[in-house]
Design a binder for this molecule. Structure first.
Ligand code: SF4
Length: 339
C-alpha cells in the first residue's frame, strides 16, 4: 500500500429513509435507486481498493431498508483484504427487523472484520422526535440500542455507539444524550449538522437548523461542556476543540483524512474525495478503476481544489469516530512526509 491510497470509504447504499430529519435533504429527494449487491461485489473486486481500504461506512438513507445489506457487508468483508471495521449508520427505528440480521452478521462476516452499528440519537424524549420529524420514535430507538447492546455483548467483533447530530434544534439537549449514553456505557460521536450540496442536499432547508453567528457564543459554551465527558473519545475531543476555535473565527487547524486518504462512493458509482462538493468528482467507478480515477490528472486537481477552496472552512467532523486509529495514523504519515 502506498501513501495516498484510500483507507476509509463512506458509501450510501440507499437514499430511501424512514426518518424525516429536519436537517437532511436525503429523504426529501431520494432521486437515485439503491445500489445493487452485484455492483458492490464488482466494485470491491477492484484490486487497488481491495488492498487499501481498512474502514468502510455503510450509510443512507436508512441502510437497514436495503434488502441486500447483509450480502453487501459480506462482500466487503470477504473481498477487502485489509478491512478491519465496517460501520453501519441507522436511525434505529426499524427495531424488529434487526434481530436475525445481527446474528447473521456474526455468522457470515470474516471474523477479522469488526462491525459497529452507529445509532442516531439527537436528543432525549421529544427533542429527539422533533429532530427526527416523527412523534413517538424515541422509545423504539432506545429499545433498538438495548437490543444491539445485548447482541454485541456476545461477540467482541461487534459494537454499538450513539451518534448525535447537533443543530440549532437540539444543541442545548446534547449533554443529556451524552449522559444517557454514559449511563448505558456507550461512546458518543458528535456531528455538526453541516450544509452541503452533495451527500446531504440540505442547503434549501438551512434556515430551519443551521447556526448563525449570533448562536456561536452559546454553542461554544455547550461544546466546552461536552469536552468534560469521559465517553467522548480523544479524537472527538480534538475535533470539538477545533470546532470551538473555528466558531471563534479561526481556520480549520487539523487536516482531514478525506483530503487524500478517503473516498465517498455515491449509489450511482460516482467517486468523490468526500461527500461535500458535488462538482469535485473523480469520475465513475463503472467506467474506470479506482487507481485511474484517484491518480489521474483530474484526481490531483480535484484534491487540490478541495484543499484550496473548501477544507479550511469545513466544519465537518470528517467521521473522526470511524476507526479511532485511522485519523492518528494519517496525521503521523503526513507529519513524517512533512505535509
Ligand atoms: S475537511 Fe471537509 S471538505 Fe475537506 S476533505 Fe474533509 S470533509 Fe471534505
Amino acid at each position: 500500500m502506498k501513501p495516498g491510497d484510500p483507507l476509509v470509504m463512506v458509501m450510501p447504499i440507499t437514499y430511501r429513509c424512514n426518518g424525516r430529519c429536519v436537517m437532511c435533504g436525503v429523504w426529501r429527494n431520494p432521486l437515485k435507486p439503491d445500489v445493487a449487491v452485484q455492483t458492490v461485489e464488482k466494485i470491491f473486486s477492484d484490486e487497488h481498493l481491495a488492498n487499501s481500504l481498512t474502514h468502510l461506512n455503510l450509510t443512507g438513507g436508512e441502510p437497514f431498508l436495503h434488502h441486500g445489506l447483509l450480502e453487501i457487508a459480506e462482500a466487503v468483508s470477504n473481498n477487502l483484504k485489509n478491512i478491519s471495521e465496517i460501520n453501519i449508520n441507522t436511525s434505529g427505528i426499524l427495531a424488529d427487523s434487526f434481530d436475525d440480521l445481527f446474528v447473521e452478521f456474526n455468522k457470515r462476516l470474516n471474523p477479522k472484520t469488526k462491525l459497529n452499528v452507529s445509532v442516531s440519537l439527537d436528543g432525549v424524549e421529544e427533542i429527539h422526535d422533533k429532530v427526527r420529524g416523527i412523534a413517538g420514535v424515541f422509545e423504539p430507538v432506545m429499545e433498538t440500542i438495548k437490543k444491539f447492546q445485548k447482541v454485541c455483548s456476545l461477540s467482541a467483533a461487534t459494537s454499538v455507539n450513539i451518534n448525535c447530530t447537533f443543530s440549532t434544534l437540539n444543541y442545548r439537549g446534547v449533554k443529556d444524550v451524552i449522559k444517557l449514553a454514559d449511563d448505558m456505557d456507550l461512546n458518543v460521536s458528535l456531528t455538526y449538522a453541516c450544509v452541503n450540496d452533495l451527500y446531504l442536499r440540505n442547503s434549501k432547508y438551512e434556515e430551519t437548523f443551521h447556526f448563525k453567528e449570533d448562536d456561536f457564543a452559546q454553542l461554544i459554551e455547550c461544546v466546552n461542556e461536552w469536552l468534560s465527558f469521559k465517553n467522548i473519545s480523544f479524537t472527538e475531543k480534538h475535533y470539538l476543540k477545533m470546532l470551538a476555535s473555528m466558531l471563534a473565527g479561526h481556520k480549520r487547524s487539523s487536516s482531514c483524512v478525506y483530503q487524500d486518504r478517503g473516498v465517498f462512493l455515491d449509489v450511482d458509482g460516482l467517486v468523490y474525495p468526500c461527500g461535500t462538493v458535488r462538482s469535485l468528482v473523480y469520475g465513475s467507478i463503472t467506467n474506470d478503476s479506482f487507481k485511474d480515477l484517484c491518480y489521474s490528472k483530474r484526481g490531483s486537481e480535484v484534491r487540490g481544489e478541495l484543499m484550496r477552496n473548501h477544507c479550511s472552512e469545513c466544519l465537518s467532523n470528517s467521521y473522526y469516530g470511524l476507526g479511532k486509529g485511522i485519523w492518528l495514523r494519517v496525521l503521523k504519515e503526513r507529519r513524517e512526509a512533512g505535509k
